[in-house]
Structure formats: C-alpha cells, structure tokens
Design a protein around this ligand. Structure first.
Ligand code: AMP
Length: 404
C-alpha cells in the first residue's frame, strides 16, 4: 500500500489545530481543533470530509491527551494514525531563526535547535516542541517534519534583515528581522504566478497576508526580498490586536512616564492595540458595519489600517522596482472588498487599479480583480497553509525515500 497521507499539526500553547490530507490529490480527509487544553472547559471539534462536525466538551489535561483524543476521532472515520497510509506528520514551527531555511526532518539536533530559539519565540516554540514530542511518542516510527514560518524569509538580503543597531549587541541576542507567515507568503506568491500563467521565477509579487495577524512581503522571482514582520510578529502592518510599526521610544516612555512593566507593554502592544485598541473591535466585518452606521472611531481605525497598508505597498514597489502582481490573502484580504479597494485607491500612476465589479465577486478561487489590461495584476488568492505544510512535508519524505 502506498502511504500518501500527511497529518498537519499546528500546536499552540493551549490548542492544537490539525488536518489530515491525502497527497495523491491534495484532498482534505479530516480537520479539527482542540481548544483550551489544560482547562476544565476544553473542546474538540472534528470535521471529516463530506461529513458533519462532531464536538466534544470536557477536560483535556495536556497535549498528549489532546492528540490521543484526535487520534480517536480519526479512528472513528477509519483514518487512524496507526494506518500504514500515513506517510508523515508535518508540524508548523513558528521560529526557525537563520538556521532553518527549508522544511527539515526532525531529529534530536533539530529539536535542540528549536529549543535554542525559544528566547526569540517564547510563546510559540515551546508549544510547537510539545506538539512534536507528543506526536513522536504516538508514532515513533514515522518521519516528523518541521515546516518553519520563518524559512521563506531567509532569502532576505542583509540590508532588509538587519536593524540599524549596534552589530555586536544584535548578534549576541540574535536580533534581526526574521519574518513570519512564511508558508502563506510562499504558497500565495507561487499561486499568483500560476494565476498569471507564469513560473514563480518570472514574476515579482507583493503579497498582503491580512488576517487577524497581518504581514506584507516583497517576492522577487519566487524569493522573498523583504517582509513586514521582524524579530517577532509585532512589526509592520496594523493588525487585529497588534500595533505594528511605531517609534520604539514609545516603550521607554511607557516605562518611565507610564510606570508600566515590560510584560504589561508586551500585552498592550500585542493584545490590546491594532484595530481592537483603536476602536474596540478587531473583526473587519464588525468595523465595516459600524462604519456604515457612521461610527467615527471605527472609521479612524479603518483609515489608519489602510494608510499603513498603502505605505507598505509603496515601499515594496520601490524595493522590487517592477511589480507584476499584488495579491490579497487571509481572512480580511480574501473577504473584505472595501479593504482591497481602499488599499490601492489613488495608486493608478503605479499601474494599480481595482475593477469594482470583479472586486465584489465572492469566491474561494484565486482570481484577478484588476481590469483586463492593467499594468499590475491585483489578485485575491486564498491561502492554504496546511496544504503548503503537507506538500513540503510529503515532498521531503518522498524525496528522501527515493534517495535510499
Ligand atoms: P485569519 O486570521 O486569516 O483567520 O483572519 C481572521 C479575520 O478575517 C477576522 O478577524 C475578520 O476580521 C476577517 N474576516 C473574516 N471574514 C470576513 C469577511 N467576510 N469580511 C471581512 N472580514 C472578514
């Protein structure tokens, strides 16, 4: 029997998202989510392909119990993790530092390196490690692959990756711009080239990943040359709950004058800023609804969001020199037509125009929203990070099988 299934695991500190894919055709066999791990009110939601979702509420003590519960649900659909059809498990790992430029089969040395990177990803890497160790215990015989959120951005030149701070201090603490959402930027830039009928090497693309977290990237000929997130996902665009760019002196000011601690400021900037800090809502649907009712703080939040987005489009246009396409993706980018319209409004001189009718179309397919003969294509390209992780995992595992 050929093994063509890949389980994709995205382990957070108190959650595990999973998808089981069949890589013979890229189809999804099942997907689900375990939330609030370690609490009394944990929840597992499991959805088999073509079937109804099943929900389980109760207490799931830790990641080990969570993965066992997931395995049980999969077994009920005849998709058990003990199946010989399972080829590998692909793990989303948030921070791979400078070291991991590609998906990597996990061994002890890889685990140690992911652990060494915890100081630059204190929330994410420990959770990712827990997920990996749990999956290893469940299927020790199976290849486990780490797919890093930072890997796609490791091609950034030093001029884009370095902060202009003392080099010794930066090196000592591994301070540089790493970028995140890399699997999405990789997938979407490639899919955009495909939509244009070209190979990735032939096109320059600005990718705007606008979800609750948001980042932009400049991709030249399939390689990332700049991205808006930095040492952490805090830098760059205005996000649902993160501030994005601001004068770093705001932090000293809050410490010295506001009497706030580093942890309090961390929470302020990561969880209570961005759209939610500006107007009390981080869901773009709600913000648009409030704007339609004449709400001024929602309008201002929207305007600040768009202003920042436009600045990055302009900056990356200059970085790339020639732009073939601007691609919108993720929850806001795929669904919020007013955001897409406002982001390129007034940029006709740069060749950027959105067709109102095309922009209003709702679809799950990659599509162009610029007029037919526009100089720069504007596209909506739904992202699929799980498929990308599974594709990279499967390619690596099958590639190494062929070598042996
Ligand atoms: P993501 O992080 O990619 O899952 O994106 C989540 C965000 O997408 C939500 O917080 C919403 O702001 C936004 N979103 C989802 N659906 C819509 C929609 N139909 N219109 C506008 N925004 C949406």
């Amino acid at each position: 029997m050929t093994s063509s299934r890949v389980l994709v695991l995205n382990s957070g500190s108190s959650s595990v998202k999973y998808q089981l894919l069949d890589m013979s055709d890229g189809s999804r066999l099942a997907m689900g989510l375990v939330e609030r791990i370690g609490e009394e009110t944990s929840r597992l939601k499991h959805t088999p392909a073509g079937g109804a979702s099943r929900e389980w509420n109760g207490s799931i003590a830790d990641h080990d119990a969570a993965l066992k519960a997931v395995a049980e649900e999969l077994s009920r659909d005849g998709l058990g993790l003990d199946s010989p059809e399972l080829a590998a498990i692909g793990h989303r790992v948030v921070h791979g530092g400078k070291h991991f430029t590609e998906p990597t089969v996990i061994d002890d040395a890889v685990l140690a390196e992911i652990e060494r990177l915890i100081p630059v990803a204190p929330l994410h890497n420990p959770a990712n490690l827990t997920g990996i160790r749990t999956a290893q215990a469940l299927r020790p015989d199976l290849p486990q692959v780490a797919v890093f959120d930072t890997a796609f951005h490791t091609t950034m030149p030093e001029s884009a990756a370095r902060y202009a701070i003392d080099v010794e201090t930066a090196d000592e603490h591994r301070i540089r711009r790493y970028g995140f959402h890399g699997t999405s930027h990789a997938y979407v830039s490639r899919a955009t080239a495909e939509l244009l009928g070209k190979s990735p090497e032939e096109v320059n693309v600005i990718v705007l990943h606008l979800g609750n977290g948001a980042s932009a990237s400049a991709v030249r000929g399939g390689r990332c040359v700049d991205t808006s997130m930095g040492l952490t996902p805090l830098e760059g665009l205005v996000m649902g709950t993160r501030s994005g760019d601001m004068d770093p002196a705001v932090i000293f000011h809050l410490m010295r004058v506001g009497g706030m601690s580093a942890d309090e400021i961390d929470t302020l900037l990561n969880k209570k800023s961005g759209l939610i800090g500006l107007c009390g809502d981080n869901d773009m649907r709600e913000i648009r609804r409030r704007i339609d009712e004449g709400d001024e703080s929602a309008q201002l939040a929207f305007d600040i969001y768009i202003h920042r987005l436009k600045k990055y489009i302009g900056a990356y246009y200059a970085v790339l020199g020639r732009v073939d396409a601007v691609a919108f993706t993720a929850g806001v980018g795929e669904n919020a037509s007013p955001v897409r319209e406002a982001a390129v409004a007034g940029l006709e001189e740069l060749g950027l125009v959105v067709d109102g009718e095309l922009n209003a179309v709702r679809s799950d397919e990659p599509r162009l929203i610029s007029p037919e003969h526009a100089r720069v294509a504007v596209a909506v390209v739904p992202t699929d990070e799980e498929l990308e992780i599974a594709t990279q995992t499967y390619a690596l595992v099958k590639g190494s099988e062929n070598l042996t």
